[in-house]
Design a protein around this ligand. Structure first.
Ligand SMILES: *Cc1c(COP(=O)(O)O)cnc(C)c1O
Length: 378
């Protein structure tokens, strides 16, 4: 039996045709017409004015932070439960990350704690250059609470929508919140360019500056003139072509991930588990369902063992992101909260969710998981 992966790329002949076109057109040298078209298409899809295609989502976060003034002596507030890339981008700038706890319901940052953290830091005289919000596992944060509170305080919101392309919040697309947002097209994300990312914003100056920074910060002079440190962060034309092909299939890939989530919810209904984000009042129709994640509610169950046993039967499940304040590399950083994310980390797991999974694959995962958890008290 083939191995069932967590979130493998879903690529068809449509993408092959796009890549072939890029190669045959001669636009191999990094930039080209597919990059421009990819930027325009994603901007249109998300509903923002400007987009900048980059080599990764991490690069998008990094450039946005540089533009917002992140540097040694300043602070960036962000959720503890996220992929290391969010926090690494802060560390690149020399700013200090301050990590905030999540809500148990969907794992997204707790808005009240976030605002509390901002107020406390500012009362201590710290300069908070940005609050980075992460739309965890493809579900947007509670922006109705976060956006006005940050605006009132003049703290820029940077949306890490790396996992959330195609998700919406009250009718607005993930990637359209705050001063700027980052998308990722890494191999395991909802759609892929093999590796890549995008910075989105309505702020033309921000994108112009980031564009300059992403190509070694060249000044408009007849020779190579530089007044600030630049980076080599652009996306290649060939990879942008792959992205354009994926974008034509984004809606159907999201629909398939939703279907997979629904299969899990109905097949595992009798187990002692709770699905993250499945709360009254907010339907998963808003989420892109990038990963289906759940929390095992029976404390006697060792989730690490469950994941290992699934692995033995050829199924790749994973722990939720290990919180940043528990990571050795971020030892000594400040954490605001009571440890909800510590508990989510111990009790949570992500199930295979890729849009290329067959119904039989999902059934196999459900059968294995039921075998392991059915005996547990529910
Ligand atoms: C994947 C991811 C990133 C980074 O994207 P890359 O394209 O891999 O650099 C950033 N933040 C979160 C939350 C992610 O999941």
């Amino acid at each position: 039996m083939s191995r069932i992966l967590l979130s493998q790329p879903d690529v068809t002949e449509i993408e092959e045709q796009f890549v072939l076109d890029a190669v045959r057109s001669g636009w191999i040298a990094p930039l080209g017409p597919h990059v421009d078209a990819f930027e325009a298409e994603v901007a249109e899809r998300v509903g923002v004015r400007h987009a900048l295609a980059l080599s990764s989502g991490t690069a998008a976060l990094h450039l946005a932070l540089v533009h917002l003034g992140a540097r040694p002596g300043t602070v960036v507030v962000l959720p503890s439960m996220t992929f290391a890339a969010s926090a690494n981008a802060v560390a690149y700038t020399g700013a200090e990350p301050v990590f905030v706890d999540s809500r148990a319901g969907d794992g997204n940052v707790d808005p009240a704690l976030l605002i509390d953290a901002v107020d406390t830091l500012r009362a201590e005289g710290r300069e908070v250059v940005a609050a980075m919000m992460v739309d965890l596992f493809g579900r947007a944060c509670d922006y109705a609470e976060i956006e006005p509170a940050l605006a009132e305080r003049g703290v820029p919101l940077l949306e890490d929508a790396a996992e959330a392309l195609g998700a919406t919040y009250r009718g607005r697309a993930a990637g359209s919140f705050g001063r700027a947002a980052a998308l990722s097209f890494n191999g395991n994300k909802i759609m892929t360019t093999s590796g890549g990312g995008m910075l989105l914003s309505d702020d033309g100056d921000l994108i112009t500056h980031a564009r300059k920074l992403s190509t070694q910060a060249r000044e408009p002079m007849p020779w190579y003139e530089h007044t600030e440190i630049g980076y080599n962060y652009r996306l290649s034309n060939v990879l942008a072509a792959l992205g354009r092909g994926q974008l034509t299939r984004l809606d159907s890939m999201i629909a398939r991930r939703r279907e997979i989530r629904e299969m899990y919810i109905s097949a595992l209904a009798d187990l002692p588990v709770r699905f993250l984000g499945e709360e009254p009042g907010r339907a998963h129709e808003d989420d892109n369902c990038w990963l289906t994640t759940l929390v095992v509610e029976d404390p006697a169950v060792d989730v690490t063992e469950v994941i290992a046993t699934l692995g033995d039967s050829g199924i790749e499940a994973r722990h939720l992101w290990k919180p940043m304040h528990l990571q050795p590399v971020f030892a000594g950083t400040q954490f605001v909260g009571s440890g909800v994310v510590d508990d989510l980390f111990v009790r949570g797991l992500a199930l295979p969710s890729g849009s290329a999974l067959a119904d039989d694959d999902v059934a196999r995962v459900c059968e294995q998981l039921t075998g392991q958890l059915a005996g547990a008290s529910g």
